[in-house]
Write a protein that binds this ligand. Structure first.
Ligand code: NAD
Length: 270
């Protein structure tokens, strides 16, 4: 159902890799709510080709950009403004990758070059995105910029490894840049802390299915789906949430406020 919540709004969606990606669902829902958008991903991810299908469904152009490259981001923002015919109202940063997680490195034996790569891709890229948007004056007043994060920024989840540090930095960047962008341009910046979700990035974490099951039982409403996360992103891009900024917003079915739940107690009794 469309309420045209994003009618006339323009934006960039980073990170749609395949149908399971949270960004994929955000792009479809934003389009369904009346937005026009461009899609982007790292050149290597674009080679898989799935994004072209999404582009067709959204009537969107795909502009390659490695989010760690300021040059690529400059090209992305200037082309997006040109193609969409004006400044932007929303940006979704839906990017995460750790070579240490991917290669199953023990936490004590992290490869530090890879750790720097984790930080650059998963956190510093968010700063680069906003710095380019600011430099090009590419955002409209009251625009909304979002990044997706995970509660491992605040609590330990051992298999999440150096991504925990990356998410802590990402959330901190959202606060620091949120203060700046509010002051300069009345643009809001937030992170959404999403439940574990079965996507390519999610399922790269060892033991993810067991973990999802546990998180679901520890969340009174159950795990939030990618679809529900996309709905929340759309509401955060809309004019209904204009005064929300510099927040880490929990979208987790109640996980973050639960000490123990009836679901876990039931399981322990078995
Ligand atoms: N899946 C989960 O359980 C979960 C939970 C909380 C938060 N998140 C976060 O949600 C976001 C989206 O992840 P997802 O679960 O949809 O998985 P996904 O694998 O579909 O998306 C991750 C995206 O990051 C992109 N990416 C990696 N390196 C890049 C680079 N250098 N430049 C540009 N893009 C790059 C990938 O190509 C991919 O499209 C990530 O920030 C992730 O950490 C995921």
């Amino acid at each position: 159902m469309s309420n045209n919540l994003l009618k006339g709004k323009r934006g960039i969606v980073f990170g749609a890799l395949d149908e399971r990606s949270i960004a994929w669902k955000v792009a479809l829902k934003a389009k369904g709510q009346g937005a026009s958008l461009t899609l982007t991903n790292a050149p290597i991810a674009l080679r898989m080709g799935a994004i072209e299908r999404l582009a067709g469904q959204c009537g969107a152009e795909v502009i390659p950009a490695d989010a760690t490259s300021v040059g690529d981001l400059e090209n992305l923002f200037s082309k997006s403004v040109e193609i969409l015919g004006g400044k932007l109202d929303f940006v979704l940063h839906s990017i995460g990758m750790s070579p240490n997680v991917r290669k199953n490195k023990e936490y004590a034996g992290l490869n530090y070059d890879w750790m720097l790569k984790t930080m650059d891709i998963s956190a510093i890229s968010f700063h680069k995105v906003m710095a380019v948007a600011e430099k090009q004056d590419a955002m409209n007043e009251w625009g909304s910029i979002l990044a997706l994060t995970y509660i491992a920024a605040q609590r330990t989840f051992p298999d999440y490894s150096d991504m925990a540090q990356a998410k802590a930095m990402l959330e901190s960047i959202a606060r620091s840049y949120g203060e700046r962008f509010a002051r300069l341009k009345k643009v809001r910046v937030n992170t959404i802390s999403q439940s574990p979700t079965m996507t390519t990035a999610g399922s790269g974490v060892p033991g993810f299915d067991v973990f999802m099951d546990y998180a679901g039982k520890m969340s009174p409403l159950g795990n939030a789906s990618a679809d529900a996360c996309a709905d929340y992103c759309v509401s955060m891009f809309s004019d209904l949430t204009k005064m929300v900024t510099m927040q880490n917003l929990m979208h987790d079915g109640g996980f973050s406020s639960s000490g123990i739940t009836a679901g876990v107690i039931e399981q322990m009794k078995k």
